[in-house]
Design a protein around this ligand. Structure first.
Ligand code: GLC
Length: 444
């Protein structure tokens, strides 16, 4: 069986290129569907870097700590308080529909029982166990899709070219045998993960160190899809992924992309760093989230558990507050599409899949009227999500014989407002239709 699988992976690698060119041009719509509807994912950076509370892998790569001192953290990684069920419950309750966990970061330490080397939490830390399996199981029990973060780079592997910025690196061309040995190792690990967990999502990282040809990215893609045809691959596989991943920065203009996901830390660190207290507030995260979904994207919001597996209070609290808001406004969030382009309303909007419900996101305790411009549709009903309180739309500046729509004003009742972000639901008489002209006196 094992042999058969290896042959399948090898054949997939050989055959991959033509397959990919098809996949690249037509990323299967239905395969991406759950992901586009999911909107919120939770990213988990958990690794030995949490022992000293320093930056994941980069701290030795950038020389702020020696590699040997960094690796001493292996001895402090106990996972004594690790409760994968509670992690999954917390994620579920935040409203997130998928999670992505660092199965292996650039430091090369695997959270699962890899047979490819000794560098895992099972064989090299006092945790002495596979930490990935129980988490993936807990996610599945809670019907949360499982994503695996896997670093292509492995700065600990003897066959990988160097890890310190000042070290002399060999290139894949200089020593093709060594590079081939590294690729065999990496592919072996991917095969283990692919066949043990069947992840719905692969979240690669570190592709920038080599070209697509060097990584044999097309072969990786083909092999992963031959195991799990429905798996989605993020856009960090040297051009062979399914969607883009802007990091930390909110796109200003709506990205012209069918599928994208912004990944973001809660403070300024991916992993647990107790000195980093620069947490975003729940209100700030919710405002960012609304902006992302209003532009049709997903938010992958990161947490960094401690080395013992406990999740810091601030992070739990933020997930709870996300949950309160996503629960009250779920209809405006999940299964929606990007809303109106900028200019029609001062803030983000989303649209139901049938285009008959438009959701307006209003910051905090909005006073004064809300204005909507260029909406051609008849508004059948307007109400505040959560409370269900209805709102009376008032149309002004409408010239009876002109096709240019009037301006809609809504006066919101104070009592029904959400403390962080209120959502107004407009039910339209027909699919959303917008006037985008200059407002001329006479228009055909
Ligand atoms: C960057 C960093 C990495 C982090 C990742 C999350 O690529 O290399 O440390 O895990 O972003 O998106």
């Amino acid at each position: 069986m094992k042999m058969k699988n290896n042959i399948a992976w090898f054949l997939a690698a050989l055959l991959c290129f033509p397959l990919w060119s098809v996949a690249q041009q037509q990323p299967s719509g239905s395969k991406m569907e759950w992901f586009k509807n999911a909107k919120l994912g939770i990213f988990i950076h958990w690794g030995i870097y949490a022992v000293d509370g320093i930056s994941e892998s980069w701290s030795f790569h950038n020389g702020t700590i020696t590699y040997d001192d960094y690796m001493k953290q292996l001895q402090g990684f106990g996972a004594q308080a690790y409760q994968p069920q509670q992690w999954a419950e917390l994620i579920k309750q935040s409203g997130a529909r998928y999670a992505v966990i660092t199965a292996k970061h650039h430091d090369g330490v695997a959270l699962w029982d890899t047979r490819m080397n000794e560098l895992s939490t099972v064989r090299s830390t006092p945790a002495a166990r596979d930490l990935l399996t129980p988490f993936i199981e807990a996610l599945r029990q809670h019907e949360i899709k499982a994503g695996i973060y896997f670093s292509l780079i492995d700065w600990s592997h003897p066959d990988y070219p160097g890890f310190l910025r000042d070290s002399s690196r060999y290139t894949a061309d200089d020593d093709s045998l060594k590079w081939a040995a590294y690729l065999r190792f990496m592919r072996g690990q991917l095969q283990e993960l692919s066949q043990a967990y069947h992840p719905e999502l692969w979240w690669f990282d570190g592709d920038w160190e080599h070209s697509a040809e060097e990584w044999e990215a097309a072969g990786i893609r083909a092999a992963l899809l031959s195991d799990n045809p429905g798996a989605i691959i993020n856009g960090r596989l040297a051009g062979y992924g399914d969607y883009s991943t802007p990091e930390q920065h909110l796109p200003i203009a709506s990205p012209d992309l069918p599928v994208w996901e912004m990944c973001m830390t809660m403070n300024d660190s991916w992993g647990y760093q107790p000195n980093d207290t620069n947490y975003k507030t729940a209100s700030e995260i919710i405002h960012i989230f609304a902006d992302v979904i209003g532009k049709g994207g997903n938010l992958l919001l990161d947490i960094g558990p401690r080395a013992d597996g406990s999740i810091p209070e601030e992070q739990k609290q933020l997930l709870h507050e996300m949950g309160r808001w996503t629960n009250a406004n779920h209809e405006a969030i999940f299964n929606t599409r990007a809303g109106m382009p900028a200019g029609h309303f001062y803030g983000p909007t989303t649209l139901s899949a049938d285009s008959l419900h438009l959701y307006l996101f209003l910051s905090g305790q909005q006073k004064g009227p809300v204005m909507i411009k260029g909406l051609k549709n008849h508004i059948v009903d307007a109400s505040i999500l959560g409370s269900g309180q209805s709102v009376e739309p008032r149309e002004v500046s409408k010239i009876s014989w002109s096709k240019v729509p009037g301006l809609i004003f809504l006066q919101l009742p104070d009592a029904a407002l959400d403390p962080v972000m209120t959502v107004v639901k407009l039910t339209l008489g027909s699919p959303l239709s917008l006037y985008r002209g200059q407002g001329h006196f006479y228009e055909d």
